[in-house]
Design a protein around this ligand. Structure first.
Ligand SMILES: NC(=O)c1ccc[n+]([C@@H]2O[C@H](COP(=O)([O-])OP(=O)(O)OC[C@H]3O[C@@H](n4cnc5c(N)ncnc54)[C@H](OP(=O)(O)O)[C@@H]3O)[C@@H](O)[C@H]2O)c1
Length: 257
């Protein structure tokens, strides 16, 4: 059984661990400095290790700390990691070259997952010059793995796949806030949201053209057209795209820090 060690067991690591737990090919180990996350590891019956132990025991290390904590951690790991260990960084913006310099050992991969991994519905981009089969297997188990040939593309992935779920959640949040005017009950409201989103998914599942779908709801002079006109007049689609570009640029900035 291969051992995967998670260093930093916050939001994203928890999603990856939850998705991977059912895969019996892997034993999961965890390390964190945050007491709440250490308690969570205990609760999930995942062995807690010191940094030295996790680096020495793991076949694969998944580094899941914030970009600002990355370099200090890598320098601390330097004396513990061997040549053969596969080290995956999921930190936004930290380049492969900087990781190689900071770690100076191991086979290094950049992966950019998203929160969907929690339910094995994640989309993850992988970039590395190393052999990738095992790493692709892991992320395909967690959803879908995409190989990125050009490292710069990771920043767009970070934004489009990593950050955009939060943009959608904001829209759904506002939808639910307005739904509260119709349904005071939280649970009933969430059921309606789920049904609503499922209906959108089934509408696009057949590969129908999105413009045709919009046209099928919109009639001339009707309510949908009136609402859509506000979205267009206020530049909703360009604001959405600008949010994606800003997140992408932020990922590029993080690589300069
Ligand atoms: N969240 C997402 O949807 C998402 C998506 C794609 C990629 N990512 C990437 O995933 C990484 C983690 O994000 P997150 O949202 O999961 O962060 P998070 O919730 O803050 O989790 C990071 C954890 O690592 C701990 N940590 C930091 N430095 C450490 C060290 N030297 N030794 C031991 N533990 C350490 C932190 O402890 P403290 O609390 O004490 O700092 C915290 O518990 C980021 O680099 C981000 O770019 C996140």
């Amino acid at each position: 059984m291969r051992k995967i060690g998670f260093i930093g067991c916050g939001h994203m690591a928890k999603a990856l661990i939850k998705g991977l737990k059912s895969n019996k090919s892997y034993e999961i180990l965890g390390h964190d400095r945050n007491k709440t996350n250490i308690v969570w590891l205990e609760h999930e019956k995942i062995s807690f290790c010191t940094l030295k132990e996790i680096c020495q025991k793991s076949d694969i290390l998944m580094i899941c700390v914030k970009p600002k904590d990355m370099y200090d951690l890598c320098f601390e790991m330097q004396s513990y990691v061997g040549k053969e260990v596969k080290i995956i960084s999921i930190a936004a913006g930290i380049t492969l070259e900087n990781l190689q310099t900071a770690l100076s050992a191991g086979k290094i991969y950049r992966a950019m997952p998203n929160i969907g991994a929690r339910h094995n519905l994640g989309i993850t981009s992988i970039f590395s010059f190393e052999e990738k089969d095992e790493i692709l297997d892991i992320f395909n188990y967690l959803g879908k793995a995409l190989v990125v040939e050009d490292e710069d593309k990771i920043n767009l992935h970070t934004s489009l796949i990593g950050s955009t779920p939060a943009f959608y959640f904001e829209i759904i949040n506002e939808f639910e806030n307005r739904l509260a005017e119709l349904l005071p009950d939280d649970i009933a409201r969430r059921d309606i949201t789920l049904l609503f989103l499922t209906s959108l998914i089934s509408a696009i599942q057949n590969g129908e053209n999105l413009d045709d779908l919009i046209q099928s709801i919109k009639s001339k002079g009707g309510t949908t057209e009136a609402g859509l006109n506000i979205l267009y007049d206020k530049g909703f689609t360009s604001i959405f795209s600008e949010a994606i570009n800003t997140a992408k640029n932020r990922a590029a900035e993080l690589s300069m820090d």
